[in-house]
Design a protein around this ligand. Structure first.
Ligand code: DGL
Length: 264
């Protein structure tokens, strides 16, 4: 097959990466996509670096067997912890949400930046290091928000409980940041609550940024599909997920039938 007609691979620790899938499909409607959600091992955000690296390599090898032309790492925990270690072992381009998010932040030239993410993402300091490499004087405040993932998985997007949790997690950013990086696949779904808690702070959605960066990279490499067709979606999970229908409805607003693959 001509390489430009090969699919784009996207993987995440589960279904949260649907926020990235949605943006990629919106910007690149002609592309075929293979999505892998490693629901058998969710969550990644509270696991050790060694485990996240091992699981990420398995996901990449699965997508390579599906003959993808490009891989988007939708999971912030994987992009922060594993990607810097393993990226150069593979010959095809791998783009992580973190890289794309940082690029967008640097273009905005903001100086006071907040970052929220899973414990693994925040502990890795990857967002912080990449920003400070280029924007030396930037002031960065971070906060791990592990409960946000469970609240989204429960579908509690606008509930009072979520608002209360947001108030506690986001307190340290009040009056101190111009922009907040939503450094986790699940957080774009909480934009409403976060905006209400931190009025006037710009929210950076890494899902949107990674889709834009993927389009730029594919265009530059002459790998964008030229045919004007509707791209196909192949959707794989490593385990049945009780939240699957709820989250696909919430994020994609369509019904998807996943194929379960056990030996990734
Ligand atoms: N996909 C993960 C991330 O973006 C969130 C869920 C998890 O902890 O696996 O960091």
């Amino acid at each position: 097959m001509n390489k430009e007609n090969s699919p784009i691979g996207i993987f995440d620790s589960g279904i949260g990466g649907l926020t990235v899938l949605k943006e990629v499909r919106r910007l690149l409607p002609s592309e075929d996509i293979v999505y892998l959600g490693d629901t058998a091992h969710l969550p990644y955000g509270t696991k050790s670096s060694q485990t996240i690296i091992k699981l990420s390599i398995a996901n990449i090898l699965f997508l390579l067997r599906m003959r993808v032309k490009f891989i988007i790492v939708a999971c912030n925990s994987t992009s922060s912890v594993a990607l810097p270690e393993i990226k150069n072992f593979f010959s095809l381009p791998l783009l992580g949400v973190v890289e794309a998010g940082v690029k967008a932040v640097l273009e905005k030239k903001v100086k006071k930046i907040g970052i929220i993410g899973t414990p693994a993402t925040i502990k890795s300091s990857t967002y912080q290091k990449l920003i400070l490499k280029k924007a030396k004087g930037a002031k960065i405040i971070t906060q791990a928000c592990p409960l946000f993932v469970s609240l989204v998985e429960e579908g509690w997007i606008n509930s009072k409980v979520t608002e209360e949790v947001a108030k506690i997690y986001l307190k340290r950013f009040r009056g101190k940041v111009e922009l907040l990086i939503l450094g986790c696949t699940h957080y774009p779904l909480l934009k409403g609550v976060i905006r209400k808690t931190l009025r006037g702070v710009e929210l950076l959605d890494s899902a949107e940024e990674v889709a834009k960066e993927a389009r730029r990279m594919l265009r530059r490499a002459n790998l964008l599909r030229k045919k004007n067709v509707k791209g196909k979606l192949s959707f794989f999970l490593t385990d049945y997920s009780p939240n699957f229908s709820k989250l696909t409805k919430l994020i994609l607003k369509e019904k998807i039938t996943p194929e379960i693959v056990e030996n990734v």
